[in-house]
Design a protein around this ligand. Structure first.
Ligand code: ADP
Length: 584
């Protein structure tokens, strides 16, 4: 027997509806996730901005704190006052309600006492009449009335509970009924919550007392006074408080803004003037009018600026005199040096005719005259920089040619020292607007130093270009630099080892001049070195004059980038943690 098979498409609609539902749910979940991400990022950004503003602006801090404290005070004071007003209104109403209830209960008792017939029907009719009369719906102060048999009334005759409206007997709290039962001679009051005609919850004062119905015994008579009016008044009071509080907080914020501006503005001006002073505009002064604290600050600040300016002027004068002296001395020395040079050359040329000891002296004299000449020309160059007389002669130059010339002029020295000069080839031209004479001088100095302090190891010269700059690095694997020395090498006449013999006649001014040349180009000259590992000097120049360098296309430390890690080939070991770099 075969079971009847269900057609395949029988549950198709259910399946597709389900899958559509699932897709929709997934979409909604995705949208909610996206929304929550956006909200979170907006909140984070706003929070960060506020935090930044809080940290950066004294004015914002003062205004925000004042407004926050103002808000706290307004809320506390407002709540207290509101409570007092609410209590006063309710108490007043309860007092009038009690008085009303007393007189109305008395009037009701009088009606019941004067009732002629005491059968149930007549009494019930009378009860309805009395309740109808006692309640006054639609009047200014509406009140509801409930007449109900007392809890401990066990008499035979009974009048049903009479209500003036749909406020039912359950609205009367048990506590109140028990209190009346316990003390029938006295009126009892409570404030309860009932539903108004439109269903909204409303407070009401309920006043209960006892009346005596002829033949039917003790009955409880309740008057309900809705506190709608009082609540309305309280709503108006709350709204007024809220608006008044808000206005007060805003006003406080405004006052704080004005007051802080009075204080913060002069402080900001002082900060601006101090910034300008520190950037070299020594004639900048603060406005110091009046006799107040800000004026005193301004006066002291200006006095400080005056004294600073005087001292700087004196120092500048002194430095100018010194520069002038160096320049004059160098110039004055040129003429006698030329004569000494000529005489020295003559003696040097005829050294073959002298005793070996005199010939050696002639040799030494010749070398020292060479050194003297280089020192003099370096001193003159430095004094030109100091006097601000050095000028760039810029032309678009391919740095590969400049490197080529510098390498050619140092090749003889490198050969003498047994160093190989390795120029890493570049993909294309590296053209920049530079002064080729000065850049060649920098590179020559760097290469000579690398050969001299490279202990015969190869010297690697690398060239690179990026959007804003061209850079040349000269890397050697020689003595290197001790920690802190990378920053000192650019000082005039600074030498790591002053006693070191110099065959090419280094003056101790080479890197100082190179640094001035780099600065003239608005470029950087950086040094890095590690003892026993080697040194790297990197020159970075802007590609176009006046366009600042964003970053150097070459690393300073050999292990900074994989592309620059060529040291293992040359030294056999790569520095583990290079240090001692300095940018100038
Ligand atoms: P000079 O070479 O004439 O002494 P420089 O200004 O060129 O003057 O160099 C200053 C000092 O910096 C050198 O005496 C040397 O101690 C140090 N120095 C420069 N280049 C290197 C280098 N490649 N490796 C190690 N030390 C160097």
């Amino acid at each position: 027997m075969s079971t009847p098979s269900r057609p395949d498409n029988a549950n198709q609609p259910t399946l597709s509806a389900r899958s559509r539902l699932a897709t929709m749910r997934a979409r909604v979940v995705l949208m909610l996730q996206k929304l929550s991400r956006v909200v979170r990022s907006v909140l984070r950004t706003a929070g960060l901005r506020l935090l930044h503003l809080w940290r950066a602006s004294l004015q914002f801090r003062v205004i925000a704190s004042t407004m926050l404290l103002g808000l706290v005070v307004v809320v506390i004071l407002g709540s207290y006052l509101y409570q007092r007003i609410a209590d006063g209104l309710v108490n007043d109403r309860v007092l009038t309600a009690r008085a009303e209830a007393t007189s109305q209960a008395r009037a009701a008792q009088a009606r019941f006492d004067s009732a002629g017939r005491t059968d149930t029907v007549s009494l019930t009719q009378l009860a309805f009449d009395v309740v109808g009369q006692l309640s006054s719906p639609g009047a200014d102060h509406s009140r509801e009335v409930i007449l109900t048999r007392a809890k401990n009334n066990t008499g035979a005759a009974s009048v049903p509970t009479v209500l003036s409206s749909d406020v039912g007997l359950p609205s009367v709290p048990d506590e109140l009924r028990n209190a009346i039962a316990a003390d029938p001679g006295h009126q009892q009051v409570q404030v309860i919550s009932i539903r108004s005609s439109d269903g909204a919850p409303v407070s009401a004062a309920i006043v209960g007392s006892r009346v005596n119905l002829p033949a039917a015994g003790q009955y409880e008579l309740y008057f309900l006074f809705p506190l709608e009016r009082e609540q309305q008044t309280l709503r108006v009071v709350a709204r007024t408080f809220a608006l008044g509080g808000l206005a007060l907080v805003l006003l406080l914020g405004g006052v704080a803004y004005v007051v802080t501006r009075l204080v913060v503005d002069p402080v900001r001006r002082a900060a601006l003037v101090a910034e300008r002073l520190s950037s070299g505009r020594l004639h900048e002064r603060m406005r110091a009018r009046g006799e107040d604290d800000i004026a005193k600050l301004g006066k002291s600040f200006n006095a400080m600026a005056d004294s600073l300016q005087n001292q700087i002027r004196q120092l500048e004068d002194l430095s100018r005199v010194q520069q002038r002296f160096v320049s004059d001395v160098s110039h004055e020395l040129r003429t006698p040096l030329t004569t000494i040079r000529m005489a020295g050359d003559l003696i040097h040329d005829s050294r073959g005719d002298f005793d070996p000891s005199v010939a050696r002296s002639a040799e030494l004299l010749h070398n020292e005259i060479d050194r003297f000449e280089s020192l003099l020309s370096d001193l003159l160059e430095i004094s030109r920089f100091d006097a601000g007389a050095a000028e760039l002669e810029v032309e678009a130059t391919d740095l590969r040619d400049t490197i080529g010339r510098a390498v050619d002029s140092t090749a003889a020295l490198a050969a003498l020292r047994g160093s190989r000069l390795e120029v890493i080839p570049t993909d294309g031209p590296c053209v920049a607007e530079i002064d080729p004479r000065r850049v060649e001088r920098i590179l020559r100095n760097l290469v000579v130093n690398a050969v001299e302090y490279g202990d015969g190891c190869p010297v690697r010269i690398e060239l690179a270009i990026n959007e804003s700059a061209v850079a040349v690095s000269v890397l050697d694997s020689g003595v290197g630099l001790r920690p802190g020395e990378a920053a000192l090498v650019f000082n005039r006449f600074w030498r790591a080892d002053p006693a070191r013999a110099r065959t090419t006649g280094g003056t101790g001014l080479g890197l100082a001049i190179s640094l001035e040349d780099a600065r003239l180009h608005q470029g950087w000259l950086d040094a890095w070195g590690e003892p026993g590992v080697g040194s790297c000097f990197r020159l970075t120049l802007p590609r176009r004059t006046g366009v600042p360098i964003e970053r150097s296309p070459l690393p300073l430390r050999p292990d900074e980038e994989p592309s620059a890690a060529g040291l293992p080939d040359m030294t056999g070991n790569r520095p583990a943690a290079p240090s001692g770099g300095a940018q100038t």
